[in-house]
Ligand binder design. Structure first.
Ligand code: UDP
Length: 259
């Protein structure tokens, strides 16, 4: 099994959830910059039609393949993923390690009150856990500089950015140079889940790779394009990739290379 997989123009890190957590916490403690993105089929669909977003994804130090779509695409190209390293499953385990190692976490994103509730829920489970900065994701552009100052002053070792795809990756790429928090993760809707605002799909659906169908049932209008149109499109792109042995990405044809 390779420790990296090249697919759709991106280099995906192929390691276990435990290794991903250790890597992030070690970087936080050592003050080493690490930008982490979890890339799913929806991200790939956006990257194919938007070269600027694809360039943004390339700023990541670690990219993990998130979800059944990416697992399938990688398998079709002859590689096997060690684990399903996604932000939502990683978060509680990252919190455990961060609490044990004394690494504070900053949270930016979700509707007002949601990140705070998520932080309180995690602190009830893990009393040593510190969230020195918590803010919602509906701020004005003119407040951004002051928010970043507060993040920097918080002394957090890890910043979780939950603004949704693609805003969170674009926000991180635009602002990383002025953020002093060493480790920055783009984590999607996970504050909604761990605050209790939204229910996650039952375990069995998640095991069958059908978490997306549960999310679609909860928010059909918002997620119709993403899943009903996006999933077949992603599958088509995956089969094209397999058939051609090449990547068609952002209008360019690239020869697929393996590490
Ligand atoms: N969000 C935000 N600011 C915005 C738009 C969205 O903080 O301007 C939050 C939203 O409240 C939700 C998360 O970003 O908590 C996006 O959730 P979604 O389930 O869409 O995540 P994705 O699947 O895109 O990663």
């Amino acid at each position: 099994m390779s420790d990296h997989v090249n697919i759709f123009g991106l280099t995906v890190c192929n390691e276990s959830m435990d290794d991903a957590i250790q890597r992030a916490v070690h970087a936080a403690r050592s003050k080493l910059r690490q930008i982490v993105f979890f890339i799913n089929a929806h991200c790939i669909n956006i990257a194919v039609s938007d070269p600027a977003y694809l360039q943004t994804l390339l700023v990541a130090d670690q990219i993990y393949a998130d979800g059944v779509g990416m697992r399938f695409a990688i398998a079709l190209c002859g590689e096997r993923l060690a684990d399903n390293v996604n932000g939502t499953d990683l978060f509680p385990r990252l919190c455990e390690t961060a609490a044990r190692e004394g690494v504070g976490m900053a949270m930016l994103g979700a509707k007002p009150g949601v990140a705070g509730q998520c932080a309180r829920n995690m602190q009830n489970r893990l009393p040593g856990l510190q969230f020195p900065f918590v803010h919602d994701g509906y701020f004005k552009p003119e407040d951004e500089a002051s928010l970043i100052n507060h993040i920097n002053e918080s002394g957090a070792g890890i910043l979780l950015v939950a603004l949704g795809v693609p805003s969170q990756e674009l926000w991180i790429a635009r602002n990383a140079h002025r953020i002093r928090t060493p480790v920055i993760l783009a984590v999607g809707g996970l504050f909604d889940f761990y605050s209790g605002l939204r229910r996650r799909a039952p375990w069995l659906l998640r095991q069958c790779g059908l978490e997306w169908s549960f999310r679609l049932a909860q928010e059909p209008r918002r997620l119709f394009r993403r899943y009903i149109l996006g999933n077949p499109l992603f599958l088509m792109r995956t089969f094209l990739l397999r058939l051609s042995g090449k990547e068609v990405l952002a209008g360019r044809v690239r020869v697929r290379t393996r590490s």
